[in-house]
Design a protein. Structure first.
Length: 423
């Protein structure tokens, strides 16, 4: 687990902003401190708190992004990403080759939300976030952090601007005067009434009372106005820990290396050297054993034949146990609907192979309930963050995933995940 350092350049944003909003959160999500500072001052603040494993969570404005929904029939994430540029090319005015595409969590069976930003602008934000002096965990869009439960549309006042979020529809930053006409147009495009939650600082409510009053008279929009004592930045940071639809903009070529800790890595070099030496010795030992195992092949075939007959006592002719077992597995896979045992297990294994810490992750045991269509897996991972990242990867593929328990043991975390279905 890591200390989370949230950072946002203070609007208006220059190419090299000197002042930054910042907030530090502990492993458990408790705020350690917040304020404004330069990058150098931030290093002193972190040093004063004697904090280790501090990772930057950088927040950027939604005004740099455009938003659309892609219709892609593929299920496997690797195929979805391959098809993504072609699926949205006609809806994008810019050259798709010059854009960075951010794939979000699946909306329905074939619909995926996509945020787009120019490669050049994304590179600027990435370089700025990396240059602060702490390792980068992710970059997030402020309007997505504005999302709340219990309302179709969320609006958060942020100075003279507003952040607007509607799942599957809108991720926007705009001037507050454009909010009423925007909502009027949205109301005209739906036959159902849409609930609207407006969040504004208590001290700002009187300043924007005219705009707030206008929201009460828009057709098909049902507003609820809530005030808060936090700054908008602090509100967005708190939202990070409860937001289920948040997308890390650092994808593809910009994906950060989160496998390294920001501190203490040097003390692990001796361990790594010993591990490498052990690996070389182990390879030599394995090559020696290979010759012995080759001579035992006949014995192993007899053992596999006996095992096959115990598994399938009614089978009369067993010419090739391996091939016959593969045939039975293929038939089982073809007979299962969408989320059967093999498809669930296949996706669970594939997502492990995509994790940054895949070499240190493993399944300890499996249980499958055909009646519930549910696969229970005990997963071993280096940290709770790695376990949660693996869970979110499965959720993005449309599966229902729950963590029944997570137990920290020496050097790793052991958690039980349940996986159901898929859209």
């Amino acid at each position: 687990m890591t200390i989370k350092l949230f950072i946002r350049p203070i609007p208006p944003v220059d190419e090299q902003p000197e002042r930054l909003d910042w907030a530090l959160y502990s492993y458990g999500g408790e705020r350690i401190g917040a304020g404004t500072a330069t990058a150098d001052e931030l290093k002193d603040i972190v040093s004063q708190h004697a904090l280790e494993d501090v990772w930057v969570h950088f927040i950027v404005p939604a005004s740099d992004f455009s938003y659309c929904v892609a219709n892609i029939p593929a299920k496997q994430s690797r195929y979805v990403r391959q098809a993504l540029p072609y699926a949205i090319e006609e809806n994008v005015a810019e050259d798709i080759e010059s854009m960075h595409l951010v794939l979000g969590t699946k909306l329905s069976r074939e619909e995926y939300p996509v945020m787009l930003i120019s490669d050049a602008r994304m590179q600027e934000w990435y370089d700025l976030a990396k240059g602060i002096g702490f390792p980068l965990y992710g970059i997030y869009v402020d309007a997505q952090l504005a999302a709340t439960e219990g309302a179709a549309i969320t609006v958060v006042f942020d100075g003279a601007d507003v952040l607007v979020y509607e799942k599957g529809q809108t991720v926007l930053r705009m001037h507050h005067q454009n909010l009423p006409p925007f909502l009027e147009l949205r109301g005209q495009t739906t036959e159902e009434e849409l609930t609207l939650k407006v969040l504004i600082e208590q001290k700002e409510r009187e300043t924007y009372q005219v705009i707030l009053a206008q929201l009460e008279h828009i057709d098909n929009i049902l507003p609820t106005i809530e005030t808060h004592e936090l700054s908008t930045f602090e509100l967005l940071c708190a939202s990070y820990f409860v937001n289920q639809d948040l997308d890390n903009v650092c994808q593809g070529d910009f994906a950060p290396n989160t496998t390294r800790s920001s501190s203490g890595i040097k003390r692990w070099w001796p361990v790594a050297a010993v591990a490498c030496a052990w690996f070389v010795i182990q390879i030599g030992f394995d090559l020696t054993q290979a010759y012995i195992y080759k001579n035992q092949a006949g014995e192993y075939r007899e053992q596999s034949l006996a095992l096959y007959k115990r598994m399938f006592p009614g089978e009369r002719t067993v010419a090739n146990p391996k091939r016959q077992l593969e045939g039975k597995l293929t038939n089982a896979a073809n007979s299962q609907s969408g989320a059967g045992f093999l498809s669930l297990l296949g996706e669970a294994g594939y997502q492990v192979s995509l994790q940054p810490q895949k070499a240190n992750m493993a399944f300890n045991n499996l249980q499958y309930s055909d009646q519930r269509g549910e696969l229970a897996i005990e997963v071993r991972a280096p940290s709770l963050d790695d376990l949660d990242r693996y869970k979110q990867a499965l959720v993005q593929q449309g599966y229902e995933v729950g963590i029944g328990s997570a137990i920290r043991e020496q050097g790793y975390v052991r958690g039980k995940l349940t996986i159901k279905g898929g859209s």
